[in-house]
Design a binder for this molecule. Structure first.
Ligand code: SF4
Ligand code: F3S
Length: 104
């Protein structure tokens, strides 16, 4: 599976949702997640993210995010259409230490 990781927080560009063939993205206040059981591992979304937030679960940086994606995918609504990214998305791009800013 692929998962959304820290770089998405407060960037939330949503280019990813437009390309997913199985619509397995779920939306929270300041990031998206992938439902790991619904993702078919096609990899199409990975290069679409301007923040490079989408990683395969085999990536070391993705390890702690698999459970986070799984948990939030069960309570957040499904999203299939790209919306407006936050006005300050570009300012948060590539900023480290955003994990604590994730809004549940
Ligand atoms: Fe969707 Fe494919 Fe990305 Fe999985 S890897 S979330 S199926 S686009
Ligand atoms: Fe997030 Fe990248 Fe999608 S910033 S919303 S994973 S395009």
């Amino acid at each position: 599976t692929y998962v959304v990781t820290e770089n998405c927080i407060k960037c939330k560009y949503m280019d990813c949702v437009e390309v997913c063939p199985v619509d397995c993205f779920y939306v929270g206040e300041n990031m998206l997640v992938i439902h790991p059981d619904e993702c078919i591992d096609c990899g199409v979304c990975e290069p679409e993210c301007p923040a490079e937030a989408i990683l395969p679960d085999s990536d070391d940086k993705a390890t702690s995010w698999v459970e986070i994606n799984r948990n939030f995918a069960q309570s957040w609504p499904n999203i299939t259409r790209k919306g407006e990214a936050p006005d300050d998305a570009d300012e948060w791009k590539d900023k480290p230490g955003k994990k604590e800013l994730l809004s549940p």
